[in-house]
Design a protein around this ligand. Sequence first.
Ligand code: GTP
Length: 339
Amino acid sequence: MRAVILIGGMGTRLRPFTLATPKPLLPVLNRPFLEYQFQVLSRHGVREVVLCTSYRAETFRRVFGNGRRLGLRISYARERIPLGTGGAIKNAESLLRGTTLVLNGDVLNAFDPGAFLKFHRARRAEISIALTRVKDPTQYGLVLTDEKGMVRRFLEKPSWDEVVTNAINAGAYLFEPSVFAHIPPGKPYSVERGLFPERLAAGARIAGYVAPGYWIDIGSVEAYLQVHLDLLQGRAPFKPGPRARALKNADDARVTTGAGTKIAPFARFSGSVSLGASVRIGRGAQLSDCVVLDGAFIGDGARLERCVVGPGARVGTHTVLGPGTALAGGSSVGDYSQL
Ligand code: GTP
């Protein structure tokens, strides 16, 4: 089975970090985020991968090349204009064969593609959609299924009084080759808002598979921070980057650092903290549940809580960064500031 991964989005909700780096390449514990999803594919024997690129397309080829380093065979389908999730898949059609696994590139899903395929075949579905259950479904696309696992209705970002299920579209699909004929070529088109409801209305067999295991969509700054906390606390079964080192003597905190990071005396950590490579942490700084990306500088006595500091950013002496702060790469916050 081949996999196609959608990685062409602009990641507007994850700005400022996605201004320089596309979302699937943002580092997570010193590894590009997409490599975690590659781990799932390799683990289950899926080695042929097509990447659908648009926004900052050239950077993906530079990082992953033909995939040999990762034990994969990677090819690329580049869009001249962003074609949306459906148009991107159509654009890759000539590179695909047989039943195809489609994945969103901003999701980490510890599911088993083999079990998903078995479910799909048993229901003789044209399309199967992996589902996951969430506490607050109002930010997502809801998928209502019957007792046999066949999709009966879609609901995009419902209000609380419309919530009829907590099963949401998990951003992983199986497509039979016959599906491609229903996607218009060369123009923007969405699978979620176009293809799925249209095929359902036309009477096509669409199945919904509740995938067990860890799932996260890193589309927002909060979720990008959360995936770090989950990996550090062992809630997600993935290997961090080879140069991520657990810090000894970090009180009760879980801290990883990249190469060349220096921590001054009396710095204190709590919760889970991810430090990139060549980071400087000042004397007496206090960091709790946060992410500091490569080359950032944290001044003496600064206090950081539930925030993300971009690459090369500078946080002044005794500055306080509160929950939800997203400091852009290369920016600077003066001494004694409070954000
Ligand atoms: P936001 O701008 O923050 O909504 O993020 P996004 O641009 O990534 O959009 P969204 O989260 O809805 O996209 C879901 C997945 O589809 C992501 O993995 C995107 O990279 C991908 N995607 C979205 N639009 C396109 C597109 O036009 N082309 C390709 N190739 N992929 C896309």
